[in-house]
Design a binder for this molecule. Structure first.
Ligand code: FES
Length: 97
């Protein structure tokens, strides 16, 4: 069944985006454009995104960190800073006669 008639987005597509990590209507809009035209489908999308439909939100509700710890980046030599650009010559004003 269609949720967003402006873009032809179905409930199934919204659920798929939710399963892939889109937990808010804004995130669903980023993935599918649903809700970005007339906006009449946003409440329906919010309803579909209720508790239990977004695995990431469920993990957050259970106190898990929002993102996995990132591994530290390897030390790399930083490149030399770029030289400032040469100044643009400004023509001297014409002398008054
Ligand atoms: S029905 Fe979704 S933006 Fe119009």
């Amino acid at each position: 069944m269609y949720v967003c008639s402006c873009f032809g987005i179905t409930e199934e597509q919204v659920r798929e985006h939710a399963a892939a990590g889109a937990c808010t209507p804004r995130q669903i809009a980023s993935e599918s454009k649903a809700g970005t035209d007339c906006g009449s489908c946003v409440r329906r999308i919010q309803g579909l995104l209720g508790r239990g439909s977004c695995p990431r939100r469920a993990a957050l509700d259970q106190g898990e960190p929002p993102f996995a710890e990132a591994a530290p980046l390897p030390e790399t030599a930083s490149p030399a800073p770029a030289a400032p650009p040469d100044p643009v010559p400004v023509p001297a004003p014409a002398a008054a006669a």
